[in-house]
Design a binder for this molecule. Structure first.
Ligand SMILES: C[S@@+](CC[C@H](N)C(=O)[O-])C[C@H]1O[C@@H](n2cnc3c(N)ncnc32)[C@H](O)[C@@H]1O
Length: 533
């Protein structure tokens, strides 16, 4: 299943899988002024510049109209490390590992690695000799504790320290890179006011590194808190083909957030470089935006995620709209009148009551939040390959949530991906009604993604690929049975071709070697077989 790519610490949910100018790659984003050099050099207007505002802080603005798909930034990470998820990964390449005794481990520090030939051994983006020395010196406090019997929380806490140690090593070994990291926003002052958050990092990171790991010579407490803040605010979550890491990039961190953004990014599985493109047309003077949160979540959830991790309340057009740009993807069914929809009346006020648009019954935001958490837990408890389980989930909540609700869409997206792909439900084995259901779910999902992540976005590319197959099969069956005319058949085939073309054009932007790129190639092959370009 393709992994979701989100800016920073958006939590990976099972059922939600789902800055460069025209000039050179790796160019710095500091392009405030256009330099006129030699007379014969054509004047190149950089695609964007850095601005500063009271609301956003530093952010990037388009210097001219940008067309969909323009490559704006491609740059290597300043720092990379395991995500804060608790899932053990190889310190060299971030692919999943186990904690059992048979797992290959680094002979010096004892941390699990994918194998002796891991591509990330002794590279700047993997397990370096300097890091190994630090960890080997604390083997009994770190690597040796990573066993099957270790509590998941403790595993998570140990992995969390890796990226912090790597940044401290930058300070010693690459001071310029360290300085770039330390220029990033940490929101330390606001974080300090949140006693629970501050105490968490004080215990889990600061005291551990200074007192237990005896690393006080590399950083004081204040700096460690600063680094924790920088990581929470600026990290990207990346990874391809099962690998998962978090990264800091020298200029991509400057993009402001929007819940329906105008850029999309992906990462190179070999180098972990980010590739950031416009996903749709961006007008001159428009801010360049990406989404720090998963876009297929409701306003209540997205806003609290941003507030917790990034320390701001999003006020974007989508957040301000009770119907979320017309998608209505947070609406609940009213239990009282059974007719109306319950929505946030003042979505920018996080704790304001929600109300039914018919009978006006009010529900507190807290009650809504609890209800959504319960439903989300139900969904998370279902295996992603459990088709009957997911279908039952849709039945159980169809009278509780409105049809476009993000939790229903999440289940539908999982179903779109597994119908046709798992034993018992492979396309030739599927009942006609199941094929038709796959088509319906794909269409419903695509209609929402078209609004929330319009243009050249991976999610659109993936779902369009999923959608082409059921349309094609059902059209073939229908013409064979004489249920549709040749004209109608042609019309459906035209739609299939259009879906495959768009899917190919989007997914070919994904890096070579990624599952998404493979799917783009499959779309291209299917088009060739159909005699189309
Ligand atoms: C990754 S940083 C972006 C760069 C940052 N503005 C700077 O000057 O370093 C994220 C921070 O930018 C600010 N920010 C980004 N998007 C915002 C938005 N839509 N509304 C308010 N603040 C935003 C918040 O302070 C957030 O914590």
């Amino acid at each position: 299943m393709p992994a979701r790519k989100n800016h920073s610490h958006s939590k990976g949910k099972k059922h939600q899988r789902h800055h460069q100018t025209q000039r050179q790659p790796h160019q710095k984003a500091e392009v405030d002024e256009v330099q006129v050099e030699e007379e014969e050099e054509p004047l190149v207007i950089p695609a964007f510049r850095i601005e500063k505002s009271e609301i956003y802080g530093r952010y990037l603005v388009a210097n001219r109209q940008l067309e969909p798909g323009e490559l704006l930034i491609t740059e290597q990470p300043l720092a990379i490390g395991p995500c804060v998820s608790g899932d053990p990964v190889c310190l060299g390449c971030y692919s999943p590992v186990t904690l059992d005794a048979s797992q290959y481990r680094c002979s010096a520090c004892g941390w699990p690695l994918c194998g002796s030939k891991c591509k990330g051994l002794d590279t700047a983006v993997g397990h370096t000799a300097a890091e190994c020395k630090v960890l080997a010196g604390r083997r009994s406090l770190a690597g040796d504790l990573l066993t099957l019997g270790t509590a998941p929380g403790q595993v998570r806490d140990l992995y969390e320290l890796i990226m912090i140690v790597r940044i401290l090593l930058l300070r010693q070994n690459a001071p310029e890179q360290y300085a770039l990291v330390m220029r990033m926003e940490s929101h330390s002052e606001e974080r300090r006011k949140n006693a629970t958050l501050w105490q968490h990092y004080e215990e889990k990171v600061v005291q551990r590194l200074i007192e237990l790991w005896q690393m006080g010579d590399l950083a004081e407490a204040q700096q460690l808190h600063e680094i924790c803040g920088i990581l929470d605010v600026n990290c990207f979550e990346i990874g391809q083909n099962g690998a998962k890491a978090r990264t800091l990039y020298p200029s991509a961190f400057l993009l402001a957030h929007d819940c329906s953004p105008n850029t999309a990014h992906t990462d190179d599985p070999g180098t972990y470089a980010i590739l950031l493109r416009t996903s749709r047309r961006v007008h001159e003077q428009e801010a360049l935006t990406l989404s720090y949160a998963y876009t297929l979540q409701g306003t209540l959830k997205r806003r609290s995620f941003m507030h917790e991790g990034k320390l701001f309340w999003c006020q974007c057009r989508r957040c301000a709209d009770p119907k979320e740009l017309g998608t209505d993807c947070s609406a609940l069914a009213c239990r009282s009148c059974q007719l109306g929809s319950i929505r946030a009346v003042q979505p920018l006020k996080q704790t304001a009551d929600w109300a039914c648009d018919r009978c006006k019954r009010q529900v507190s935001a807290q009650e809504v939040e609890h209800q959504l958490d319960r439903i989300n837990n139900d969904l998370e408890a279902i295996d992603v390959h459990d088709i009957p389980g997911l279908e039952n989930f849709l039945i159980r909540y169809r009278d509780v949530l409105r049809p476009n609700h993000y939790l229903l869409l999440s289940a539908k997206y999982s179903l779109c991906q597994i119908y046709g792909r798992i034993e018992g439900y492979l396309l030739p084995q599927m009942q006609l009604e199941d094929i038709a259901r796959k088509e319906r779910y794909c269409r419903e999902f695509l209609a929402i993604v078209d609004v929330l992540e319009p243009g050249l976005t991976r999610l659109r590319g993936l779902i369009m690929y999923e959608l082409h197959a059921p349309i094609m099969i059902l059209a073939q069956i229908a013409i064979q049975k004489g249920q549709i005319s040749a004209k109608e058949f042609q019309c459906r085939i035209k739609e299939v071709i259009k879906l495959l073309q768009q899917s190919r054009d989007i997914l070919k932007l994904e890096p070579q070697g990624s599952n998404e790129h493979e799917m783009g190639s499959a779309a291209a092959d299917a088009l060739i077989k159909m005699g189309s370009k």
